[in-house]
Ligand binder design. Sequence first.
Ligand code: GRF
Length: 186
Amino acid sequence: MRIVVLVSGTGSNLQAVIDAVKSGELDVEIAAVGADREGTYGVERSSEAGLETFVVNFNSFPTRDEWDAALTAKVASYAPDVVVSSGFMRIVSADFIDAFDGKYLNTHPALLPAFPGAHGVRDAMAYGVKVTGCTVHWADAGVDTGPIIAQEAVAIEPGDTEDTLHERIKVVERRLLVSTLAALAA
Ligand code: GRF
């Protein structure tokens, strides 16, 4: 199974996938890692691992549609079986979703359909829920919508901040992403 991983941030989920491939726990080929901006730690991790790495910089395109078309073409050039949005903080167009229909996997740091969007951890805390978690799902054209593949709960502890809670969620999220990819590859 060939995958392309898309990142925007620190890429700790990406690192978990890289480590699992290296250790032999995960039998997938990382065809490429792509980002929507320059200079992120995720891109650095990918280059350090010797992976094919590309940036389709959102800010270099006059319109969202042109950026989206460039991203779609670039990802398609690797002919991936699965495209993983791993902390990729851009909404992609319906055309992108069509191009990778049923192949676009997203991870989200909340128990969807609760708390979709860019601030899933913050919003769960603000609501006052006692349990949140993470979700791995097939993405459709909505924001954090589409068929759910796997979820795991994480308790919110007294004294948690958005950062401490997100770090605990990410520990679980990495494991869930790797095990989901392993199941898909099998
Ligand atoms: C993850 O929690 C992801 O679900 C969220 O952003 C975080 C990405 O972390 N949207 P990293 O870049 O993999 O470290």
